[in-house]
Ligand binder design. Structure first.
Ligand code: BG6
Length: 477
């Protein structure tokens, strides 16, 4: 197992600590890092939120139950790591109006950690995870500043970052008023996925692909993230965001960034973010006429959803990148809830070669990246059908990466990203210029919303989205 450098002592403050993200992802990630000995030797986790879950012990029981449900899969828990983590957990209520008790709790924890680690209090770092809605973010930041909690802090800000360009700019101004950009970790958990980072390895480590990665060889790119799950339990979040903000301006555009960016030259924060940002500057703002919005039947019956809600749960969009590499190549982005399958699939469709040997290609020539926890790369190739005639058939080259590296140690996205914050590495976090540009790209659709088409649960979304892709979507047809 690789040995990342042990991070310095930390107080981790989790806003939204009784929420779904903390239960499903953040505490399980902390447990896994604890079980690998990748957490700091001295650390404390202070859960926070407006409503108290009871005493510290009651909160600890709640965290333990959440871990039982989401952290161990079929494995036996590492009880030493689990107990050590739980012992360091406490809860302190706080709100945007009143953070005094939280400030005091952080100070107290810091003194104890400094004693334990034999260091100055000033050497204890703060990781403040803001899992709060965009509308609440600015006031929370002001509170952190008032309580002196931004010093030595790394602020992790959950997506979506603002709700449009103007609110993202306001949020950035509020943040940069109290901290420096190198203290801000805007999280988009797709970037923590092994398979997404693998896009860069595939492109820039292979002489087979890199020279073909452009408009001369590639006819179109599909970035397809259908989800089977509905918005059940997240009605109020969805009503205030919708699918465009939840998935397109964030996850899918970031995937497009990894697929389309130039060679950053190094896997390090400045290089990767400068290069991705340069790419986003060339992305043409969306044309509402080439965007299809949908809402699944039954969405309006979900809890906390308006009876006549017009919020989209599905988006398909055609995007162009106006640079030399990609001029004229459509990037087709699609995602939605309550669809037929749950997949994260990137398909690069190659152009047909200019040869007169074959009348008409019998099948596609595509490179397909399945961005699962167990990443898989497939290439659909044409080959000669064995026999006396010269016919073409299709063959598939398939690479299941984990089968090739059984000793590898993949990290789940939040595990990787929390570790990166502790290590102070911003490579896989988005920068303000990227985020603001992506709002500019999406703004025409926010300003001039296309009609929202109804679609059946378990389908592939509205028919209009099928028509967006001349050769058809790879998934679902
Ligand atoms: C979240 C979105 O950021 O990502 C959800 O808010 C979505 O709506 C989820 O379902 C998908 O993430 P993953 O890792 O399960 O593919």
């Amino acid at each position: 197992m690789p040995e990342p450098q042990t991070p310095p002592p930390h107080v981790v403050v989790l806003f939204g600590a009784t929420g779904d993200l903390a239960k499903r992802k953040l505490f399980p990630a902390l447990y896994r890092l604890a079980s690998c000995d990748w957490l700091p030797e001295a650390y404390a986790v202070i859960g926070s939120g407006r409503h108290s879950p009871g005493t510290d012990d009651e909160f600890r029981t709640q965290v333990r139950e959440g871990l039982d449900e989401f952290a161990f899969d079929d494995e036996e828990p590492d009880t030493d790591a689990l107990d050590a983590l739980i012992e360091r957990v406490s809860f302190q209520t706080a709100s945007a109006d009143d953070g005094a008790d939280l400030g005091a709790a952080v100070e107290k924890a810091e003194k104890e950690l400094a004693e334990q680690a034999g260091c100055d209090v000033g050497d204890v770092r703060r990781l403040v995870y803001l899992s709060v809605p965009p509308s609440a973010m600015k006031d929370m930041i002001a509170m952190l500043d008032r309580e002196g909690l931004t010093d030595r802090a790394r602020l992790v800000v959950e997506k979506p970052f603002g709700l449009d360009l103007a609110s993202a700019e306001e949020l950035d101004a509020a943040l940069l008023d109290v901290v420096d950009e190198d203290q801000v970790f805007r999280i988009d958990h797709f970037l923590g996925k092994e398979a997404v980072q693998n896009i860069l390895a595939l492109r820039f480590a292979n002489g087979l692909f890199e020279p073909a990665w452009n408009r001369h060889s590639i006819a179109s790119v599909q970035i397809d993230v259908p989800e089977k799950l509905t918005v059940e339990g997240r009605g109020s979040f969805y009503e205030s965001t919708g699918c465009l903000r939840d998935m397109i301006s964030t996850h899918l555009c970031q995937l497009m960034g990894f697929v389309a960016m130039e060679d950053p030259g190094a896997f390090e924060a400045k290089a990767v973010r400068d290069t991705k940002s340069a790419l986003f500057a060339d992305v043409r703002p969306l044309d509402p006429a080439r965007v299809v919005l949908g809402q699944y039947d039954g969405y309006r019956d979900e809890e906390d959803v308006d009876d006549d809600s017009d919020v989209e749960t599905f988006v398909a969009a055609e995007v162009f990148i106006d640079n030399d590499r990609w001029e004229g190549v459509p990037f087709l982005l699609r995602t939605g809830k309550a669809l037929a399958e749950g997949r994260r699939t990137i398909t690069l469709r190659f152009r047909d070669p200019e040869s007169d040997m074959f009348d008409e290609p019998a099948c596609g020539n595509e490179l397909v990246l399945e961005l699962t926890d167990d990443p898989e790369i497939t290439v659909d190739l044409r080959a000669k059908r064995p026999g006396p005639s010269f016919d073409i058939t299709m063959g598939t080259m398939d690479l299941k990466i984990s089968e090739r590296s059984p000793e590898a140690f993949p990290l789940e996205a939040y595990e990787r990203l929390l570790l990166d914050v502790l290590r102070d590495d911003q490579t896989l976090f988005t920068r303000s210029d990227e985020v603001e540009r992506l709002w500019e790209v999406c703004q025409p659709v926010l300003d001039d919303r296309p009609e929202v088409h109804a679609y059946e649960k378990g389908s592939w979304g509205p028919d209009a989205a099928l028509e967006l892709v001349p050769g058809g979507w790879r998934l679902g047809g």
